[in-house]
Design a protein around this ligand. Structure first.
Ligand code: FAD
Length: 393
């Protein structure tokens, strides 16, 4: 049965016969960047069209198994796509794509039944459906064990009541990967991930929320009022939803880290170009040596982060060892982005044509230190690990 009749497509072939970097960069320059201002003014971008275009290049399931409609390639290759998408000057698109590929769908790809894969995952990989993730609630963000939206089994159905907050892609999404409490009292093993078609009776989405960053990203709240979906729409085990989502957070952390690399380099280049082209500069290396050294240090840190992301997604990814590295890299990525964009805003004069872009990046990059676990959450993971290792040494 197709729950979105006429929309789901067939599996796609398993080859990418082109350079991801060159193709994505050109696609960004020709088909995405020219529309940034228009989409930011509208508060949303046409995600169905954008995802369909990316899917024609087979980019929305690079790392996913061929059996579930993906390309069966490595996570490292998928990360090349994330980095290349940094050439899109509208970061809301990178966020929207990340939700589709790395936040709402990893658990479904790994644990979903054939029915769920056919009806939700394959059409999302093919760009026919837009997905969103419903995890955060007004009282449950960093600590999702407090999530209080409930799904109660009634016969063959689930009846869902509650609300979700900060849902990226919310105004346009066709389905949600919803984190819900089930009946069990255990604080962790009492949650399920459920595929919820968003046209179902009782689902209410709010107007788009106003934000200071990611202006072309449609973020909404959702309310669930006796929403009834088949109980077989639960992904995998009905008690392990939170654990599945914790696993998916690793991919989200890598995505937000990798998509920031190119914008950081672009902003640094802008500053260096500005400094070297100021009138009266005869010997740039000496005339603004201090600033050039600062740019060099930041550039070295960006290169180190890029290399570390590649190493962390090597052949053993995902593993306990790679998880521990990913938490550290995400922490570093958020803090490095803040330093780079802050420095660029400080050095560029406010009337420089790219100052506003740097400033917008500075606002947007706060999300890297919030999404997929805040900096403090990363620090508490790392701290616990350090304590454990010190007692074992
Ligand atoms: C633009 C945007 C898009 C988003 N998209 C989605 C989405 O699509 N789907 C979704 O489910 N959610 C989404 N979110 C929500 C996001 O995941 C949460 O904002 C995040 O998990 C933090 O939760 P919170 O906002 O409730 O803050 P809180 O968890 O209340 O944190 C507030 C502050 O307390 C700190 N803190 C938290 N825990 C600790 C601790 N243990 N020790 C010390 N300090 C701590 C945090 O670092 C933070 O500074 C989005 C958020 C934004 C801003």
């Amino acid at each position: 049965m197709n729950y979105f009749s006429g929309q789901a497509g067939n599996s796609i072939e398993a080859t990418l016969p082109f350079s991801i970097l060159e193709t994505v960069k050109r696609h960004c320059q020709e088909n995405l960047n020219p529309f940034k201002a228009e989409w930011e003014k509208a508060g949303q971008a046409p995600l169905h069209e954008i995802f369909k275009d990316l899917a024609t290049y087979k980019l929305l399931g690079i790392q996913k198994d061929v059996k579930v409609g993906g390309q069966g390639m490595s996570y490292q290759t998928h990360l090349e796509f994330a980095e290349a998408l940094g050439h899109c000057t509208c970061p809301s698109i990178n966020l929207a794509v990340g939700v589709q590929t790395d936040i709402a769908t990893p658990a479904l790809a790994k644990y979903g039944s054939t029915e769920l894969v056919d009806n939700f995952l394959k059409p999302s990989i093919n760009g026919d459906l837009v997905a969103c993730m419903g995890a955060s609630e007004p009282g449950a963000g960093s600590d999702l064990s407090h999530c209080s939206t409930k799904a109660v089994i009634e016969g063959d159905d689930l009846v869902i009541n509650g609300s979700k907050m900060w849902t990226t892609n919310g105004a346009q999404a066709d389905w949600m990967c919803l984190l819900c409490q089930t009946n069990n009292k255990h604080p962790i093993l009492n949650k399920a991930l459920i595929c919820v078609p968003l046209h179902t009776k009782g689902v209410v989405r709010s107007q788009k929320l106003k934000k200071i960053g990611f202006k072309a990203s449609d973020t909404t709240m959702f309310f669930f009022d006796d929403v009834r979906v088949p109980a077989r729409f639960i992904i995998g085990n009905n008690k392990r939803g939170l654990i599945y989502q914790m696993e998916a957070f690793q991919e989200e952390r890598l995505w937000v880290s990798a998509t920031g690399l190119v914008p950081m380099e672009r902003s640094l280049n802008t500053v260096v170009e500005y400094l070297s082209s100021r009138p009266g500069r005869k010997n740039p290396e000496l005339d603004f040596q201090h600033k050039l050294f600062e740019a060099s240090l930041l550039s070295a840190e960006i290169a180190t982060l890029r290399a570390a992301l590649k190493t962390a997604t090597g052949s053993d990814f995902p593993s306990i060892a790679s998880n521990s590295v990913v938490s550290r890299l995400k922490l570093q990525a958020g803090r490095l982005q803040r330093r780079v964009f802050n420095w660029c805003c400080k050095v560029l004069p406010v009337n420089h044509p790219d100052w506003l872009t740097c400033h917008q990046h500075l606002l947007d990059c706060r999300l890297v230190s919030i999404a997929g676990g805040s900096d403090e959450v990363m620090m508490s993971f790392i701290g616990k690990e350090l304590l454990k290792n010190s007692t074992q040494a």
